[in-house]
Ligand binder design. Sequence first.
Ligand SMILES: [Zn+2]
Length: 405
Amino acid sequence: MKIKKHNIPAIVDPSQICRALVGLKGIEILFYRRQGSFAEIAIQQTIGELFCKSCGSRAYVKDRPWVSYVDLPFGGTPTRVLWKKHRMICRNNDCETKTWTLGDHRISAVGCFLTTRAAKWATKQVGGGRSIREVAAELECDWKVINKAVLIYGEALLSADRKRLKTTTALGLDETLFLRTGKYKTKSWCTTVSDVGNNQLIDILPTREFVEVASWINTQPEHFRENLVYGALDMSPTYAAVYSVVLPKVIQVVDRFHLMRLANLALDTIRRRVQQEQLTPFGLNGRLLAVLVVADEHAPELQQRIGKRLDVDRTTMVALIDSLQAAGFVERRNEPNDRRGRLVHVSSKGRRAISEGLEASARVESSFLTPRSTRRSKTVIVATCISIFIYYDNAHLKVNQCAKS
Ligand SMILES: [Zn+2]
């Protein structure tokens, strides 16, 4: 019986509800009932003569277990599909297959406790940004059930969706810190596989190991691998090795971000080395100069307090002050009120060293930081080259693209 109200067709007969809900050939509705706040639809498959898939002998029904599946709510009522299953048995003693349970993917996927339509809906919801907990609350079931369903359907969608993989010509591999686990917060890494040209995420692998990443590429369809021209990577030697071994024809490209990071590190190393060279004539280095400056600012200052200001431990501090004293830049004197305290006095030679050292240091800084200075751009080029050479050494990288940018 159908009632038309506000042009929305409403079905009120329970058996019609069942048929509208299930409506699949070979599926029989056993009953529909209200059980507490839940609606339950009981179904079974209509079966004819069945045969064992392994040996072809006649199969018999062993037993009929009930399995409950979470379905989409009907009219606001949380609904379960109770499936009276057929567990079959092969009575051929020589056959390895003993028992199996009949399934129907139209009702539910193997291993999934959501009906197919509920699982598709849940996957869409989670894919659209809703949390698993939220979707679970809506279907009034455990979040684990939703999680499992989303994993099953998400994976199926991913492998069915080959269209987007056809046009990938530039593959990207990048490692990402996924989570920290256990007592020692052990880092767990994953590999992001992306289509760099189309800005699309292809997959996330729960590993950054050579074997797993390589085997992922190996299991992709041949046309996908054939289409690849470029392989983008962070500067990880593992990914470089993956490309070299599994996709030897692709041109390996280091992305700009990682190259620049390496160049900056190299630049900083050079800056420190130049600074060191500039300070050596005055009998100083960067650390000694820092200690001297702090000692002079608060002179006379307790040795341990200088250490605290610079966040340097006691033993190192003693060694640093020893060096400064040997050079005649400072002098240790006893603290009158504290038997164990040592005050650090900066000598006039020490003050001269400070001003000369700071001047030299400032010259280095400004030559590195002045925009568009010839020296800086030359240094950047040198630093970039050094970083590329370092990397080349590790991974035999082809850098034709990076050099341009
Ligand atoms: Zn058999």
